[in-house]
Design a protein around this ligand. Structure first.
Ligand SMILES: NC(=O)c1ccc[n+]([C@@H]2O[C@H](COP(=O)([O-])OP(=O)(O)OC[C@H]3O[C@@H](n4cnc5c(N)ncnc54)[C@H](O)[C@@H]3O)[C@@H](O)[C@H]2O)c1
Ligand SMILES: O=C(O)C(=O)C[C@@H](O)[C@H](O)[C@H](O)COP(=O)(O)O
Ligand SMILES: [Zn+2]
Length: 368
């Protein structure tokens, strides 16, 4: 097992990464203060890992453990389904000392975190991420929330977990498409701030996609280390944390326009990172070889590069106009200047952006 720390003063917490962690009551016990625990999971993950976690929690004396199972999918990451968690907590008469445990991917993690942020004005929660994406990204950093039909993650709160427990054994049951989606966020860390990590990914992409356990653990560790550093520096995205949004301005537009769950978050971010790369080239900050390098790596991870075939520039611009990074109506993009170094910028002229989107939408991509 490897352990990292997210340094946030009295809200600091450990990230444990390794095999068989779902069995480790010794790692969970110190982070549960009260006697009541609700596991929140979904109908795909519950049959796989619910019993193992419940058995582990049963070894902690005097705990009342209940499990709430939500329907699986990004389409259910909304207020209506969040209410089921609040109602479940109230029906079980859970108090402010209760702890929530998110067992699942980023959808479950974001929703459980937001329920914890809001139930009785805030209770503790633990992240047990079971997808590659949630192990490298969503379980760390305290961004919690739900989608709105008009925008991705538009309703939410910053609320840090007490603990992140990333059991790498759970990745063995993950569908290959979900592994690719998670790999998009892994590639993001290389592109935004670590050229050496990018080269390492280029050296090992096929082995990573074949789930080499040692390499996957290293990728998770490097990703969490990068995210933990940026979150510790800028918890509430006043500045440098926004770099973690590389590819997301375009990606969120794709997810919202296509309907949540049509393109996976990681797929939309893959295409979004390609578009950010092309935009950076148009700004003169990257050259054609860089664009090819990024596209090749995304393709080796079986990720899309071009936007969906029925996505229009108009749709992109409509959704990008409500991006959370915008200030006073001005679009701010995360671009690359140069490769391996992200910048948050308002420098791209609107006409240039529109021209680029028009060109890129002409070579729209269907998912295989
Ligand atoms: N809070 C953040 O900082 C942050 C960061 C990145 C992404 N996100 C959010 O995370 C979500 C995407 O997360 P995701 O990619 O984990 O998607 P997800 O939660 O939908 O999980 C993907 C799929 O894998 C299934 N699954 C989960 N674990 C499994 C396992 N071990 N074996 C088999 N199947 C398993 C799930 O049921 C689901 O069908 C998006 O909503 C995105 O906005 C949040
Ligand atoms: O943690 C962050 O900060 C990120 O931007 C990580 C992203 O991968 C993630 O998708 C996040 O949920 C996006 O946040 P949002 O504020 O743009 O909704
Ligand atoms: Zn993301």
């Amino acid at each position: 097992m490897q352990t990292l720390n997210v340094d946030l003063g009295d809200r600091s917490y450990p990230i444990h990464i390794g095999p068989a962690l779902l069995d480790r009551d010794d790692l969970i016990r110190p982070h549960i203060t009260g006697r009541q625990v609700m596991i929140v999971t979904n109908d795909t993950v519950a049959p796989l890992y619910r019993q193992q976690l419940e058995t582990t929690l049963a070894r902690i004396e005097g705990l009342e453990v209940i499990t709430l199972i939500l329907p699986d999918g990004e389409a259910y990451k909304n207020l209506q389904h969040l209410e089921r968690i609040w109602t479940g907590l109230l029906e079980a008469r859970f108090s402010r000392t209760a702890t929530l445990i998110a067992l699942g991917g980023g959808v479950i993690g974001d929703m459980t975190g937001f329920a914890a942020a809001t139930y009785q004005r805030g209770i503790p929660f633990i992240q047990i991420p079971t997808t590659l994406l949630s192990q490298v990204d969503s379980s760390v950093g305290g961004k919690t929330g739900v989608n709105h039909p008009l925008g991705k993650n538009m309703i939410g709160a910053f609320h840090q977990p007490q603990l992140v427990l990333a059991d790498t054994d759970t990745l063995s049951t993950l569908p290959q498409r979900e592994l690719s989606a998670g790999m998009a966020e892994v590639i993001k860390y290389g592109l935004l701030g670590d050229l050496e990590f990018l080269s390492w990914l280029e050296a090992h992409m096929e082995a990573l996609m074949a789930r080499d356990a040692t390499l996957l653990t290293e990728a998770i560790l490097q990703s969490c280390a990068c995210k933990a550093r940026l979150v510790a520096e800028d918890e509430r995205e006043g500045g440098v944390r926004a770099l973690l949004n590389l590819g997301h301005t375009f990606g969120h537009a794709i997810e919202t326009e296509m309907g949540y769950g049509c393109w996976l978050h990681g797929e939309a971010v893959g295409s979004g990172m390609y578009l950010a790369t092309v935009a950076s080239q148009r700004m003169g900050w990257l050259d054609q070889a860089d664009v090819l390098r990024v596209a090749t790596l995304l393709e080796r991870a079986h990720l899309p590069t071009h936007p969906p075939e029925n996505m229009t520039p108009k749709a992109f611009l409509k959704h990008m106009a409500v991006d959370k990074k915008n200030i006073d109506g001005h679009l701010r993009l995360v671009l690359l200047k140069p490769l391996g170094q992200a910048v948050l910028t308002t420098a791209m002229p609107q006409a240039e952006l529109e021209q680029m989107l028009t060109t890129e939408c002409q070579s729209g991509q269907a998912l295989s």
